[in-house]
Design a protein around this ligand. Structure first.
Ligand code: C2E
Ligand code: MG
Ligand code: MG
Length: 714
């Protein structure tokens, strides 16, 4: 706008200057013409009588006397006269005489002299001269005329006789037209330069002003960009201004508040107000980056609470959430504001501790966490306890990327959980190797399930008084094509971790029932067949139904089957759920056995409350019992306890005649151990039993008839 105005003013000035210059020239010539006319008319000796137009400008000179030659011939007088006119005129004055013969105006008097003062050469106005047409028509001419090699601005008036015949011409000029033009152009150039200068100045000042005025807008735009890129500016500037900038700043402030709220929602765990999984991975990524760049070393603690699932099952999810909230409050108190705490799922918390070179802070805090989080949580009138386990990884020593860091901390946590009590473990390289082996085992086991590399062996349980076979325990065997024999103690835990145990368990159950059906068909009396069931299978809602279906498909009486569960079934599964499944199985009519009793998570109350028919005393109580009276007492007490609860008591792991005798002496109902027979393929069972009976002079076992196919699944 400003530029436009300046441009207009400059154009107007230019136009006005041109017009004024033109007017000046006209005035100049006007003045010269009138002066000449006045002087010629005033001079009594002048032969001319001027005629004027409305503006008092001479348009013709009439000769007072009719004799043209005498009038215009007396050049001496006229020369004097025009000299006088020339004095008062800036330019020259010329007198011309019309020649009828040559049809031209011939100059006969002039005030013009050469620069050296000598008279100028005579010349004529002929056809083609700019004034010729007007003059011959008896009209005055105003405009440029050629004078020697230059253009002069001149006013030429015809001289007429009294009869108005053409007699000559009077010409006044006001100087060189090009000089006038040059002056005009110089002036115009100056105007143009001034306009440009003003224009440049205006542009510069305008630009500076604009820059200054736009400064707040630029800052606000930068703030908006920061907001958009996820950065949180401390404050929004210019909020105190009352103008449009202030309005804009207020708008941005609202956006920032909204952004803040969304950010909190997106990164906060709603249950505990700790960070959530997204926050954790973002923080882990940032801390890892800084740790790798050498800024500091950090540690990552992965926490989990043993037995937390039970809290939800027993007290409800609300109670579980309140425990988590209190647990987070304790963690926040322990780790302080520098640590980044997040709940990544269920009862899994992750804590990132920057500036922890050797993991010493992590170790101290882990100990403190175990102590403080093991203390009871109070919910109204209930006291709830959890058992924290912690895995620790050091960054960047243990891992350089987010995925590995999270994985290795998880491995350390798994190692801690395996200890079965509240504790912490640091990640170590062997832990990783173990996981690699486990992964390979999982792959091989998956293939083994398909290629039928799995089979069952059976181990007899004998009545100690008469050596009678009271039952057979089915034990899985895996002979891998690449790794040879892999003991169940090695691959069952992996199958449990990966969920493969469901397929493995189903295979064992079906295979054992199939074999039982075969033996029944063959008339071989074996009492019951025992099958080990993993806690993972127990958590399947459909487990009891599967058992019922398999029994039915082989036409077996449910009492034939005895399901062995260990006390681990109560870890991480609510008592109610275990009880439900056991009750369902009891309804079906299968026998239930508590395996490895005394080896782990023992609670005598389960023996009383749950519907077991059998108790298997763990092998550790029998080993050395013959030489260690304390152990023998323990063994005796457990056997007595089982008997007094009306359970069938089976002693596991009798390896020698003395141990066999000891089990017998303490009135165990059944003995299972290498002394009687190791686990062997089904077809070896009769031979093994006979061998045992012979060596102990016990009655022989009837060899099963050649087996006929059992009842097959429909
Ligand atoms: P378990 O159920 O307590 O089985 C008894 C284990 O003790 C068997 O080991 C058996 O071979 C071993 N054993 C028996 N008599 C003696 C003895 O006199 N001395 C010694 N030292 N050991 C004896 P195995 O077959 O290696 O099985 C180990 C564990 O693996 C089993 O303990 C059971 O918990 C699990 N397991 C085996 N088969 C299966 C299965 O089909 N399903 C599930 N879920 N677990 C199974
Ligand atoms: Mg068992
Ligand atoms: Mg056992």
């Amino acid at each position: 706008m400003v530029l436009c105005s300046i441009g207009c003013i400059a154009a107007l000035s230019y136009y006005e200057n041109s017009r004024t210059a033109q007017e000046n020239a006209t005035l100049q010539i006007d003045g010269a013409a009138r002066t000449a006319a006045a002087m010629l008319s005033l001079e009594t000796s002048s032969p001319f009588q001027p005629e004027f137009d409305n503006s008092a400008r001479p348009v013709a000179y009439i000769l007072k006397d009719g004799n043209v030659s005498s009038q215009l011939g007396s050049s001496a007088m006229l020369t004097e006269l025009i000299k006088a006119i020339g004095f008062s005129n800036q330019g020259a004055v010329n007198l011309f005489k019309w020649s009828e013969a040559t049809q031209s105006f011939d100059r006969f008097a002039t005030t013009f002299t050469k620069p050296d003062g000598s008279p100028a050469a005579s010349f004529s106005i002929e056809a083609g001269h700019p004034a010729y047409a007007d003059l011959t028509a008896g009209r005055p001419y105003e405009g440029k005329v050629p004078v020697r090699n230059t253009q002069h601005l001149a006013y030429l008036v015809p001289v007429l006789t009294a009869d108005r015949d053409l007699a000559g011409a009077v010409a006044v000029d006001v100087g060189r037209a090009d000089a006038l033009q040059a002056d005009r152009e110089r002036l115009q150039g100056k105007i143009l330069a001034a306009a440009l200068l003003i224009l440049a100045g205006a542009v510069l000042i305008g630009g500076l002003l604009l820059r200054f005025e736009l400064r707040p807008l630029r800052r606000l735009a930068k703030t908006a960009e920061e907001l958009a890129s996820g950065k949180q500016p401390d404050t929004i500037p210019f909020c105190d201004r009352g103008d449009e900038i202030g309005d804009l700043a207020h708008g941005l402030e609202k956006v920032m508040d909204l952004h803040d709220k969304l950010q909190k929602l997106a990164y906060t765990d709603p249950v505990t107000t700790a960070g959530n999984r997204t926050r954790y991975f973002a923080d882990l990524s940032k801390i890892l980056r800084e740790a790798k760049s050498g800024k500091y070393c950090a540690s990552l603690l992965h926490l989990d609470f043993n037995g937390f699932a039970k809290i939800n099952d027993t007290f409800g999810q609300q109670a579980g959430n309140r425990v988590l909230l209190q647990a987070y409050a304790r963690l926040a108190g322990i780790f302080g504001p520098r640590a980044k705490i997040a709940r990544i799922s269920g009862d899994d918390f992750c804590v990132l501790l920057p500036f922890d070179g050797e993991g010493t802070v992590a170790e101290d805090k882990a100990l403190q966490t175990i102590e403080e989080l093991s203390a009871p949580f109070h919910l109204e009138n209930t006291e709830i306890r959890i058992e924290p386990c912690i895995g620790i990884a050091l960054l960047p020593q243990d891992a350089e990327d987010v995925e590995t860091a999270h994985r290795v901390a998880g491995l350390a946590l798994r190692a801690a959980k395996e200890a079965g009590e509240p504790c912490y473990r640091f990640f170590t390289a062997p832990l990783n190797e173990r996981v690699q082996t486990e992964m390979l085992t999982e792959t091989l086991l998956r293939a083994a399930l398909k290629t039928r590399q799995l089979s069952l062996h059976y181990q007899p349980q004998l009545n100690p008084t008469d050596g009678r076979l009271i039952g057979l325990e089915a034990l899985i065997r895996w002979r891998s094509e690449t790794r040879g024999f892999i003991p169940p103690g090695e691959f069952i835990p992996i199958a449990e971790k990966t969920g493969l145990i469901l397929d493995v368990g189903h295979f064992v159950l079906e295979e054992a029932c199939k074999q039982a059906a075969k033996w029944i068909q063959a008339g071989f009396e074996f009492g019951h067949i025992s099958v080990n069931v993993s806690p993972i299978q127990f958590r399947q809602q459909s487990f009891a139904r599967t058992v019922r279906e398999i029994l039915a498909s082989y036409g077996l009486a449910p009492q034939i089957l005895c399901l062995e569960v260990t006390e681990n079934v109560f870890v991480d599964t609510s008592e109610k759920m275990v009880l439900d499944v056991l009750s369902e199985l009891q309804e079906i009519g299968v026998q239930l056995s508590l395996d490895d009793f005394g080896s782990g998570y023992s609670s005598l109350i389960y023996l009383h409350r749950l519907p077991f028919q059998e108790l298997k005393i763990d092998r550790v109580f029998l080993s050395d019992a013959c030489s260690d009276p304390q152990k023998e007492h323990l063994f005796q007490a457990i056997a007595g306890l089982g008997r007094s609860l009306g359970l069938r008591v089976i002693a596991e792991g009798a390896e020698t005649a003395q141990e066999f005798a000891l089990c017998s002496a303490h009135r165990c109902d059944g003995i299972q151990g290498y002394f009687c027979s190791p686990p062997v393929p089904a077809h070896d069972i009769p031979a093994r039993l006979n061998a045992f009976h012979q060596s102990f002079d016990l009655p022989r076992v009837t060899k099963p008839r050649a087996s006929r196919p059992g009842k097959r699944r429909a």
